[in-house]
Ligand binder design. Sequence first.
Ligand SMILES: *[C@@H]1O[C@H](CO)[C@@H](O)[C@H](O)[C@H]1NC(C)=O
Ligand SMILES: *[C@@H]1O[C@H](CO)[C@@H](O)[C@H](O)[C@H]1NC(C)=O
Ligand SMILES: *[C@@H]1O[C@H](CO)[C@@H](O)[C@H](O)[C@H]1NC(C)=O
Ligand SMILES: *[C@@H]1O[C@H](CO)[C@@H](O)[C@H](O)[C@H]1NC(C)=O
Ligand SMILES: *[C@@H]1O[C@H](CO)[C@@H](O)[C@H](O)[C@H]1NC(C)=O
Ligand SMILES: *[C@@H]1O[C@H](CO)[C@@H](O)[C@H](O)[C@H]1NC(C)=O
Ligand SMILES: *[C@@H]1O[C@H](CO)[C@@H](O)[C@H](O)[C@H]1NC(C)=O
Length: 497
Amino acid sequence: MLPTADIPIKPKLSFSDLNHSRFFLIITILTLQTCLIITCRFVSVPFFSSSSTITRPSLPNSVEPTSTTTAATTPKPIKAANTTTVVGHSCLVGKIYVYDLPSIFNRDLVNACDDLNPWKSRCSALSNSGFGVPFSKKLSSIIPLSVLPAWYATDQFSGEIIYHRRILAHPCRTTDPSTASVFYIPFYVGLAVGKVLWGEKINNTAAARDNDCIRLLDWITQQPSWKKTGGNRHFMMVGRISWDFRRSRDKDWGSSFLHMPLMRNVTRLLIERDPWDNREFGVPYPTGFHPRSISDVRLWQTYILNTNRTTLFSFAGAARSYIKNDFRGVLLSQCAKEGTPHCKSVDCSKSLCVDKKGNTLKLFLESKFCLQPRGDSYTRRSIFDCMIAGSIPVFFWKRSAYVQYDWFLPGKQEEYSVMVDRYGVRNGTVEIRKVLEALSEQRVRKMREKLVDLLPKLVYALPETGLSSNNSTMEDAFDVAIYGVMTEWWKNSDSKI
Ligand SMILES: *[C@@H]1O[C@H](CO)[C@@H](O)[C@H](O)[C@H]1NC(C)=O
Ligand SMILES: *[C@@H]1O[C@H](CO)[C@@H](O)[C@H](O)[C@H]1NC(C)=O
Ligand SMILES: *[C@@H]1O[C@H](CO)[C@@H](O)[C@H](O)[C@H]1NC(C)=O
Ligand SMILES: *[C@@H]1O[C@H](CO)[C@@H](O)[C@H](O)[C@H]1NC(C)=O
Ligand SMILES: *[C@@H]1O[C@H](CO)[C@@H](O)[C@H](O)[C@H]1NC(C)=O
Ligand SMILES: *[C@@H]1O[C@H](CO)[C@@H](O)[C@H](O)[C@H]1NC(C)=O
Ligand SMILES: *[C@@H]1O[C@H](CO)[C@@H](O)[C@H](O)[C@H]1NC(C)=O
């Protein structure tokens, strides 16, 4: 069902295919940004590197979008920060048009949340504009009370709703497609396909899994902006992993959406990308932390940096008993052998790991490291749960993060994570505990500081206008993703108009 071989790291896009004027424009933008970052250094809290808090000038011709549709079912109004003086830097590159799709492609799916999953209703999981139900006050034993309201039981597949809501409020949004550089398609394809992925439902056929996708393509190909661009400069958020949309034969898993020829020119943001497809970009899985303000982020950063970590490493997951010699089973038994205080685990086959009780969050907060083997696919939501708790991820497959989230995890991998040879673990020549104990205290501290530094880029802020206060703004995962799409467009714009 899923490809199993590990693959080599794909090199990043080179500049060689750019023409000179484009190249210099990008350099100019980057230089400008760097200047802004430097100018702002003194504004930020001394410890945290200021790369995530930058001051930006106001752009004269930015468009204040007239508010049209709202994204989800009766979203609870969330108080936005004052952003009148804040302009996302991507406006330097162009404006975004958001298609007003027929509601069958987004809102109706959310409204029918009782039917989205064959086992249980997803209504509470998708409530609150995709953030889910707020954490209970009982969790104040784990989470400081002052940031507790920023925590939700968020579903890992709710990205389509979260992105749609944010992009409608984007400062670079335009309601006039003729002035747009890029076009956002707010099709909730993960929800549409997710509801027919499994066999329990009567009509779960290959055709059913493609039906909404075909209807969407029928609709969008009638639009003048699509006709003009051939689907280039269009992008969408896909809230599930790429492999759920890459069916080649009828009897196989998933939809064939991403294999449909009309989709070839459309850029996609996904929680797990296909590393061979340069139209796909990995974005962080939605996790439970949705800061209301820059100060929420600062509080949490301080908290995870100073919390007492009494367990060396931990593992939250379930062994797959039907897979012979499953690697997760190997890890669980290594963990049991080491025992506390070296290793602790939460067995997700017994208790629900994505829970409102905060079991996994508690585990990650008290662990120095967390083991992140591949799951049913290469990436796992747990990677992000772990990192935002300030626990250092230990990977066994390069594809679990390194070839996925380049925009969000820049720089050297060893600065924020540990890679362990899985073959050695399997044949007993590598002991995880020894590998981790060999890292100096200072080195571990540096890695944790790096994670703290990366934190804003790994989470989705609560306000629909993002994180800002006065003239300063902090980029979250959404901001980074949109900026990434806009600059990709610039890099490739010759071939796209
Ligand atoms: C936002 O800030 C501007 C300028 O600082 C101010 O004039 C305006 O009243 C503020 N709006 C709100 C809603 O706070
Ligand atoms: C199955 O498909 C038929 C005809 O296409 C439709 O009338 C029926 O409501 C569908 N059933 C379910 C459970 O979706
Ligand atoms: C994709 O874009 C290219 C130009 O870059 C164009 O020739 C092609 O027809 C487009 N594909 C589709 C399906 O429109
Ligand atoms: C961590 O533990 C030390 C000593 O065990 C204690 O002094 C300190 O207050 C603890 N810190 C927190 C944040 O609990
Ligand atoms: C165990 O695996 C490691 C890494 O692949 C390899 O170098 C080593 O030779 C193996 N040892 C045994 C005893 O199989
Ligand atoms: C904004 O700036 C003013 C004046 O510098 C300051 O008093 C206020 O606390 C700031 N507000 C926020 C939310 O940072
Ligand atoms: C925000 O920026 C504007 C101009 O860019 C400036 O006039 C204003 O004083 C700044 N406000 C604060 C609180 O820094």
